[in-house]
Design a protein around this ligand. Structure first.
Ligand code: FUC
Length: 775
């Protein structure tokens, strides 16, 4: 490596740093290439790499749709409208939940364990995750020899590679074994260590994902031999250890792939390249994405040189803005490492999981958690990382068509609150959480929002049928609320929130979030059709959409001045401090509630947020950062960020803790940090809408706004100093700032329309830069 890993000299480097090996999993450091993941422990005498592959899930393809659900549906609806919620839930539990009732879990591959005959008395130990290069590095001195171990997960070469080096020839000796809670066998093949195994059985479904992990030691000097499940390297100068894993997963209906050929093929190709080439190709690929954004929120001084877990413990009382910047970039690192074109989307733990039965199956919870994973993708300039989510929606649209037809007798498609590798789309788990038909609708709204950032019409053309199918389902299943005549979902829930806490009843009709989501979904269909020029051919469908939209139940303000979570003012009967804040979807990530356009609703949403309080799970705090930023209250948003950056919600390796570990909080908080600096959800670009007073000076480069703009900005004394907007498409930009600004185009100052003192409107041309000056 070009750069010395000496630590205190480089307090501002983008890295997580520790002065001792990981004692447990949440101290280990994650590497990943979208598909493959590893947790690196950095041990001296025993190194552990806990391995993952994103298609290694329990079970196999299944169809959860249950025909008897359709017969129960009319009665369930009647009971819900009659306020007989418990009876409705009983009926749902008996007849409407999918088969199986639970979905299947994401599982670990196992561990590669290295043991070294190193003297335990090491000095100058350091372990770091270098976010600039995406390398997990361990260095130490033992018996006068300096050892360096670098680990990468390369996307271009589809391999995990470990470089073991020492500054005295002949000093690298170790034994490597594979170990796993899965069913597996090991063998030696052509000098490589090979493990062949199969995923676990669950929910009555036999594990059908076969996997192979193949490990090769490429040594310079010394000897290598593989026997009896042990790969031994003796007295080498340096070694590159290649770890290739693949599975037999083809898609959600097919597990007939050849895992052995895949794993062997990746290994064979990578083995042709020397370590330096593997590293260079990895770095180029990673930095192409990572380097798009730079962020500087100020200097924390001495604290920044401390081990990262110490900094988390001190963050609330200390001034360490660099840790917030690091946390932001870490989220970008994580997204790049667990979600790449062609891979599975980031699950509840991204890609990192050491268990066969992780919390909530480490699945895709699509009533908030999966969505939150992708909030930062576009704003943090990682549009490519969003692609696996698009593929997921395409799969769900296919699988959910059957669930819609069988369980609801409806056209289109539906996905409820959870899904898995097999694209389960039925109501699952239990009636209280599972009765939510809007998971797919929310994901579709995100596809439309993605278009607003990228302007990619070709992608929109592929996504439009998915949106249309999601809307079709609701056009077929919305029912008239007998009390008011509105069109509502029934049965549904406001995600995971009992409206009568004492009764534990959540099932209801037309919860606020559903209505907000459907307005967005219907609008997305209408607008997408206009962009794609299909208004004429889709005339009947669009007419139905717009007629239904006007009849959806409106948002309402309750006795406490709060935004009602349901049509009825039940909020006081519910758990007012519940972690979910579903009805505030309209404020963030939605835009039906804004400070300027709907001030009354905005006040009500603020009141709801106050009533909810600041406590919650990691992801709940992260959502609240975004919500306070949308309210323009930067200091309150910062307070939630500081609550999240405490040992309760942030592990030593900076993984977000629900607790337990759940990666959505990492991504949600990164989104919240962007929302403090830049917002673009109201058709205008708003610079510094919610800057916390704790970050008076700073700069950020490369953020993305809706309308296809890439934005750099800097501020001083809490005021915007300068911004640069790079346009990627033709359009009109409406720019909002605190103080009036001048706009310089390529030919000098631009004449701007100024509908308000601090709003400048000007046209932009693709490929041009616009400099915003504060005079
Ligand atoms: C939802 C949340 C939980 C958890 C789980 C994965 O059920 O309510 O807090 O995040 O998803």
């Amino acid at each position: 490596m070009e750069q010395s890993p000496r630590t205190a000299d480089h307090p501002h480097r983008l890295r997580l740093y520790y002065d001792k090996p990981a004692g447990h999993w949440l101290e280990a450091l994650p590497v990943g290439n979208g598909r493959l993941g590893a947790m690196v422990f950095g041990g001296v005498q025993a190194e552990r790499l806990q391995l993952n592959e994103d298609t290694l899930w329990a079970g196999g393809p299944y169809d959860p749709a249950k025909p008897e659900a359709l017969h129960a549906l009319p009665r369930v609806r009647e009971l819900v409208f009659a306020g007989q919620w418990q009876q409705a839930q009983d009926l749902i539990s008996a007849h409407c939940l999918g088969d199986p009732v639970g979905e299947l879990m994401y599982q670990t591959v196992g561990d590669l364990r290295l043991s070294f005959a190193t003297d335990p008395g090491v000095t100058d130990y350091a372990r770091e995750l270098d976010l600039d290069q995406a390398v997990a590095r361990t260095v130490f001195t033992a018996a006068g020899v300096r050892h360096t171990r670098d680990v990468i997960a390369s996307a271009p070469d589809q391999i995990i590679a470990i470089r073991l080096a020492a500054d005295r020839p002949g000093s690298v000796s170790f034994r490597a074994v594979f170990d796993s809670p899965q069913r597996y066998e090991v063998a030696a093949m052509a000098g490589d260590l090979v493990a062949d195994g199969r995923s676990g059985d669950a929910e009555g479904i036999v594990g059908q994902v076969r996997f192979r992990t193949r490990v090769r030691a490429m040594s310079e000097g010394g000897t290598v031999r593989c026997r009896d499940g042990v790969l031994a390297v003796i007295d080498a100068d340096e070694v590159t250890l290649l770890v290739s894993t693949a599975t037999s997963h083809v898609d959600h209906r097919d597990t007939s792939g050849d895992q052995a050929a895949r794993a062997d093929g990746h290994l064979r190709a990578a083995a042709e390249l020397p370590w330096e080439t593997l590293l260079r190709r990895h770095r180029l690929d990673y930095q192409r994405l990572f380097h798009r954004v730079g962020i500087d929120l100020g200097d924390g001084g001495e604290t920044a040189a401390l081990p990262t877990d110490r900094r988390v413990a001190l963050f609330r009382d200390d001034h360490d803005p660099q840790l917030a910047a690091l946390y932001y970039q870490y989220a970008r690192y994580l997204l790049i490492s667990c979600s790449r074109p062609g891979t599975q989307p980031a699950n509840l733990q991204g890609i990192w999981n050491d268990s066969l039965n992780p919390p909530w199956g480490s699945k895709y919870t699509i009533n908030i958690n999966t969505q939150m994973n992708y909030w930062p993708a576009d704003p943090a300039n990682l549009a490519e990382c969003f692609e696996p989510l698009c593929d997921l929606v395409a799969d769900l649209a296919e699988a959910g068509r059957r669930t819609a037809a069988v369980q609801y007798g409806a056209r289109g498609w539906v996905a409820h609150h959870n899904t898995d590798l097999w694209r389960g789309t039925a109501m699952v788990d239990d009636a209280v959480a599972g009765t939510w038909p809007c998971g797919g609708a929310w994901l579709c709204v995100m596809l439309w929002d993605h278009y607003l950032f990228t302007g990619d019409e070709e992608a929109l053309r592929r996504h439009y049928p998915l949106l249309r199918g999601a809307a079709r389902f609701f056009l077929d299943t919305l029912v008239e609320d007998p009390g008011h005549g509105w069109l509502v979902t029934n049965p549904s829930v406001s995600p995971e929130m009992p409206h009568h806490r004492e009764l534990n009843t959540s099932v209801c009709a037309g919860p606020t979030m559903d209505m907000q989501l459907l307005r967005d979904l219907f609008d997305a269909c209408t607008e997408a059709a206009a962009v794609l020029g299909t208004v004429r051919e889709d005339r009947d469908f669009l007419a139905e959409v717009s007629a239904a939209r006007t009849r959806l139940a409106p948002m309402r303000i309750g006795r406490l001045g709060q935004l009602q979570e349901w049509i009825e003012d039940w909020d006081e009967l519910a758990d007012m401090t519940h972690r979910h804040v579903s009805h505030l979807y309209g404020l963030h990530p939605g835009n039906q509630i804004t400070r300027r356009d709907t001030p009354e609703l905005c006040r009500a949403a603020r009141r709801s947020l106050e009533l909810r309080g600041d406590a919650g799970t990691g992801w709940s705090l992260a959502w609240k950062i975004n919500l306070w930023a949308r309210l323009g209250e930067g200091d309150r948003a910062y307070k939630l960020l500081a609550d999240q950056l405490t040992p309760r919600h942030t592990a030593p390796n900076l993984f977000d803790l629900h607790p337990p570990f759940q990666i959505d909080g990492n991504f949600g908080a990164a989104s919240g940090i962007t929302e403090m600096m830049l917002q673009s959800h109201t058709g205008e670009v708003h610079l510094l809408p919610a800057l916390p007073s704790r970050w008076p000076h700073g700069r950020v480069r490369g953020l993305r706004a809706r309308g296809g703009l890439e934005i750099d900005l800097s501020w001083h004394g809490g005021r915007l100093r300068r911004a640069v907007l790079r346009a990627t498409r033709q359009g009109e930009t409406r720019l909002r700032t605190v103080d009036p600004v001048t706009v310089h185009g390529p030919q000098g100052p631009l004449e701007c329309a100024r509908p308000e003192r601090s709003v400048a409107v000007f046209s932009t041309e693709p490929g041009r830069e616009y400099v915003i000056d504060c005079g």
